[in-house]
Design a protein around this ligand. Structure first.
Ligand code: PHE
Length: 524
């Protein structure tokens, strides 16, 4: 039976002669449910009460809407909840509160040193606490002859809206934005910026039967199964010619799924591996705990080089020393530092100290790993790379981490030149999607000539430094017994990751915020 129906939906006029045979069982069930309800129904209620599958209902609704039999509205709902850090604050109090109570207890005043020594807050949080206490007008910071004193201005300030919201969310776990008391709304951004609050958005679908829908139901519905899956059998037996194939609506909304997937950092590292492997490189790895010998001395970095200082390099207590390689090599490196040995150089002109070379450190660059490899693989051609972790004693901020990754490599072969090096780097970045690369002269104690590469980033409208490179000096290669050119490079991984993932804060790569991880594609 056919019913001619004119429907107006979203301003479009459909004049459709709808064959009721086109309705499938699920669609009829959904339509009947909506007819019974009369009013707008949430998707979640339709699901709960019909017991139908989510995907099937969503698909049916989209189809029914398309035919003008139901009208659909989708509204975005925002939910708020605390991050792990937010939960920590909720149970222990804001750090600025903890600081304030301490100062009040000390009679209204204490030095910065006192605060650190009292251990009331983790060291990394003290400055944050001071910043906020000051911003909130609770304390004043006075600097007199090298001493910093914190003085209480307001000993028992009332709880701010940020504190009230924090506790509110802590008690409720997850709150719909629209159900939040109005006076707390301004505090949302405050907590969000401090990374204490997470926002999640969900779409709520509301469906209601239209008058056409009611007419169709009233005219009596026959259910047609239709065929939505084209099977090999249908093709083989030619039955497909006679069955009614249903259209797929690939745009129908479905419930998001969050399957397990590789972390974006791991995905990118794998991508970098693939690129190097595809151009004939082999991957190498080396120890994270290194001797200063491989990290610095073997690279002709003088023993009083500023990079060796405590504030750049992490020195270890346990183990505090790492065994040096064979005596012959140590001798040749020592003499090269002292007077150039047989490298043609004059050396640095000081007395080389074996104890300094034995010091155990966390490697500060993966050049320690390539030079180790070179010492044992001197027969050309050698083409190796590494993408691995390095450590520097940096103050962590939006641009710096103390633990990060470097992309490193060497090429050892007769007759290779700086041009080859630039070509390989350009090719590598190109394959990674970075198209505009420039090279500049630079300096490293272990390469001559030395260059650095910068890439143009549209978003920042600026050139960003990517890696250092060059040809190892004879002072580096000759003591190892290598007499042919060694092209070397090493540079940051996180910068590239940030560009690819559109992040402005390096820490976001490792915060593992679930919201962020979920919206990262399964395959980048
Ligand atoms: N090791 C240097 C760095 O950490 C980079 C570099 C590697 C430079 C190899 C030249 C050759 O910045």
């Amino acid at each position: 039976m056919n019913v001619g129906i004119v429907t107006v939906a979203e301003g479009r006029v459909y004049n459709l002669s709808l064959s009721l045979k086109e309705l499938r069982e699920v669609e009829v069930k959904v339509l009947r449910f909506l007819a019974e309800r009369g009013e707008k129904s949430r998707l979640s209620d339709i699901l709960a009460e019909t017991g139908l599958e989510h995907a099937a209902v969503v698909k049916s609704l989209a189809w029914l809407e398309d035919k003008g039999l139901v009208s659909i509205e989708s509204i975005k709902l925002e939910y708020l909840s605390l991050t792990d850090e937010g939960k920590r604050y909720a149970s222990s109090g804001f750090p600025e509160r903890i600081l304030l109570s301490f100062l009040v207890e000390k009679g209204g005043e204490a030095t910065l040193k006192d605060v650190f020594e009292a251990g009331i807050l983790p060291e990394s949080i003290v400055n944050i606490a001071i910043g906020w206490a000051r911003r909130k007008g609770w304390i004043d910071v006075l600097k007199t002859d090298g001493k910093t004193t914190l003085r209480v201005l307001s000993p028992s300030p009332t709880r701010g809206s940020d504190e009230v919201l924090l506790v509110f969310l802590w008690e409720k776990d997850r709150v719909k934005r629209s159900e939040l008391p109005e006076e707390l709304a301004p505090a949302i951004d405050l907590l969000y910026k401090r990374n204490l609050l997470e926002k999640q958005s969900e779409t709520e679908i509301l469906a209601q039967i239209t008058s056409s829908g009611i007419k169709v139901l009233e005219s009596g519905v026959e259910v047609d199964e239709g065929v939505s899956l084209l099977t090999p059998d249908l093709i083989r037996t030619q039955a497909w010619r006679n069955v009614k194939l249903r259209r797929f609506n690939v745009e129908a909304p479905v419930k998001p799924v969050y399957p397990g997937k590789l972390h974006p950092v791991v995905q990118l590292i794998n991508e970098i591996r693939e690129i190097f492997l595809s151009i004939g490189f082999e991957e190498i790895r080396g120890p994270l705990v290194e001797s200063a010998f491989w990290n610095f001395d073997a690279l002709f970095t003088p023993q009083d080089h500023p990079a060796r200082e405590m504030h750049d390099t992490f020195y270890l207590k346990k183990p505090s020393i790492v065994k040096l390689p064979d005596e012959g090599l140590v001798y040749r490196v020592a003499k090269t530092h002292e007077n150039g040995w047989e490298t043609g150089s004059k050396g640095w002109g000081y007395t080389w100290n074996a104890e300094l070379a034995q010091q155990a450190i966390l490697r500060t660059h993966t050049t320690a790993t390539t030079i180790r490899h070179l010492a044992e693989h001197r027969t050309p051609p050698v083409k190796v790379f590494s993408v691995d972790r390095v450590y520097r004693n940096e103050r962590v901020d939006y641009k710096h981490l103390a633990e990060f990754h470097q992309i490193e490599g060497i090429i050892v072969d007769k007759n290779v030149t700086l041009r080859d090096l630039m070509g390989v780097l350009r090719e590598f970045y190109w394959k990674l999607g970075v198209k505009k690369v420039q090279f500049w002269p630079s300096f490293f104690p272990y390469t001559e000539p030395s260059i650095q590469s910068t890439v143009y980033v549209e978003k920042y409208k600026a050139w960003v430094e990517l890696c250092g490179a060059g040809i190892f000096r004879p002072e580096v290669t000759v003591p190892l017994g290598v007499k042919i050119p060694v092209l070397a490079w090493g540079g940051g991984f996180e910068r590239i990751a940030m560009l690819r993932l559109g992040l402005d804060d390096i820490r976001d790569l490792y915060r593992n915020s679930l919201g962020w991880l979920r919206q990262i594609p399964v395959i980048l």
